[in-house]
Design a protein around this ligand. Structure first.
Ligand code: ZN
Length: 447
């Protein structure tokens, strides 16, 4: 340590760019220059190979060295209320010991891209951060660092019995939350930030909540949280999302972004053909920030450009998760998770108009509606597309279900309850333009 340069910077080490009173930043651009002494402490504490991260860098947030410094500032500076309880907070890591624990589990950190399908890996306490880490948000990067640190203690992963990696020969899941492995330690951090964080930006807290749900729902073979289905509609008048619980109707925060409402594994997002912005349907932050979807597999859009897409859907069939897209050339492709690449796009035999994940019969999956109204179904396992033998009613905008009740959004903007005998009765008189089913988890309270 060189103490001679302590007074180089007069600013507090979180920089002057923080935009929210008494809280740390949530985006790299919120982090000003780091004090040189502070940076040197991090390099010493974590054995950082600065050269591999792009060289010593105190100010430029484009350089990976500085990104890592930002992450370590969040780790060191984060404060938690230890009295807050949550399903995902089990006291695996003491809430005031993140920095000390990280330090004790880290022998060295370097940047590489030798295992492109991984975000990072840990060899005997030496972490190698891949492109996937560098391209992520501050929150996701901090999560990766915490996750990797747990591996130093010998916690490994197991084959997945559900989710996108179900049935393939890759160890990506933990058996259970109680196992207290890398996934659990990572989720505990997110849950703490969200419900017990004292000095985190409200947007960072929201990101942590979405990340906790977006990952907890598929990285454990024994599901630690319970899922239920609610309905989210978009009010065409003020463009904001409205959540329907069994009896309640709750106004939610939109995003500063124009896109179509999509179901995601953590809840919902807005998709415009190129990007997806996450919606937080649990709490409002007061910021209405466009928060890129880093949480569900809509994040694939960030990794590789596919041009402007006509559709993107993340959906489950049985225990397995799939992603399907329809591109601008009217071709359909699914994502090959174990290979970490898209399967070859195949031309559709019809002109794609829209998709739906539920048919009026209640059947779920990935269905494509042609311009002439003909409905087609994708078998995601064989990647075969076949006609269902039904026409989509042009008066029906979308269908959803809540507590066993079937709902239909019609072209008049109102939602109707659809009875078994085919009759419709008014459920909510409105000016809705979209309606989807979304998953909600009991790990967080809908406030
Ligand atoms: Zn891992």
């Amino acid at each position: 340590m060189k103490f001679g340069i302590l007074l180089v910077s007069m600013t507090c080490f979180f920089g002057a760019a923080v935009t929210y009173a008494n809280s740390m930043g949530y985006d790299d651009k919120d982090f000003g220059c780091i004090d040189k002494t502070q940076a040197e402490k991090y390099v010493d504490d974590f054995g950082i190979d600065q050269k591999s991260f792009g060289g010593a860098e105190l100010c430029n947030n484009q350089v990976d060295t500085k990104k890592l410094f930002n992450d370590l500032q969040i780790l060191e500076g984060g404060q938690f209320d230890s009295n807050q309880s949550n399903l995902l907070i089990r006291g695996i890591i003491p809430s005031d010991k993140y920095y000390a624990w990280m330090k004790s589990e880290t022998r060295g950190m370097e940047r590489g891209n030798d295992v492109p399908y991984a975000t990072a890996y840990n060899q005997m306490g030496y972490f190698t951060m891949q492109d996937g880490w560098a391209n992520s948000s501050t929150l996701a990067r901090v999560g990766v660092v915490i996750h990797e640190a747990r591996h130093t203690d010998g916690y490994r992963h197991y084959p997945c019995t559900q989710g996108p990696y179900q049935g393939v020969n890759l160890d990506g899941c933990d058996q259970s939350y109680q196992q207290a492995g890398s996934h659990a330690v990572e989720m505990e951090y997110y849950a703490r930030v969200s419900v017990a964080g004292k000095n985190f930006h409200p947007v960072y807290k929201s990101m942590a909540r979405l990340m906790a749900m977006g990952r907890t729902n598929f990285v454990f073979n024994s599901q630690p949280m319970r899922q239920r289905e609610l309905v989210l509609a978009r009010d065409g008048q003020n463009d904001s999302p409205v959540l329907f619980d069994s009896t309640k109707k709750i106004q939610r925060e939109g995003a500063d972004f124009v896109g179509r409402l999509k179901r995601t594994s953590f809840g919902a997002a807005l998709f415009n053909g190129l990007q997806a912005m996450a919606l937080d349907i649990y709490e409002t932050t007061g910021f209405k920030k466009s928060n890129q979807d880093d949480y569900s597999y809509f994040k694939l859009l960030k990794m590789e450009s596919l041009g402007e897409l006509k559709d993107f859907e993340e959906f489950d069939k049985g225990p397995k998760r799939y992603v399907a897209v329809v591109n601008g050339a009217n071709q359909m492709a699914t994502y090959n998770f174990p290979r970490g690449t898209w399967n070859r796009a195949t031309p559709l035999s019809f002109d794609f108009a829209r998709s739906t994940t539920m048919l009026p019969t209640g059947e779920r999956g990935y269905f494509m509606v042609a311009q002439d109204g003909e409905v087609y179904s994708l078998n995601p396992e064989t990647r075969m597309v076949s006609a269902v033998g039904k026409k989509w009613d042009s008066q029906v905008v979308s269908v959803a279900a809540i507590n066993g009740v079937k709902l239909v959004l019609k072209a008049d903007g109102s939602i109707y309850q659809h009875a078994a005998d085919g009759s419709d009765s008014l459920f909510d008189n409105g000016t809705y333009t979209e309606m989807i089913n979304i998953p909600v988890y009991d790990a967080f309270e809908v406030k």
